[in-house]
Design a protein around this ligand. Sequence first.
Ligand SMILES: [Mg+2]
Length: 140
Amino acid sequence: MEKVESGLRTLIVEDDVVSRFTLQKLLSRYGRTDVTVNGIEAVEAFTAALEEDDPYDAIMLDIMMPEMDGQQALKEIRKIESERDVPPGRETKIVMVTALDTPRDVIESFYRGGCSSYVVKPIERRKIYETLRDIGLPID
Ligand SMILES: [Mg+2]
């Protein structure tokens, strides 16, 4: 399969189908998007991408999900990066996607989990693009 050399590689982690489709629509114009539906799959996809030497530029990570939630997935991903000596500054940008009733989770994501930013649902085009731009991704 031919590899796409330009553009962003993003991973969407979201158990709600409508949110997932919306994020995919917004992000796919900037490159390749992969989709997973819980934290376990997210960690697997993240690890596979690292092993292919083709890591994600950004992960959109829902907090409330079955199996493994976004908080746990965030911690696992940061742990894997540190175990595999991903150099400082080269870590994948992780944006927590949160419902209005999870502010405590957002604080935990920043202070303990090392997320890059967060967006509050409902997912809207302008919010997503602004957030990604703010953390340094080439979004026009
Ligand atoms: Mg959810």
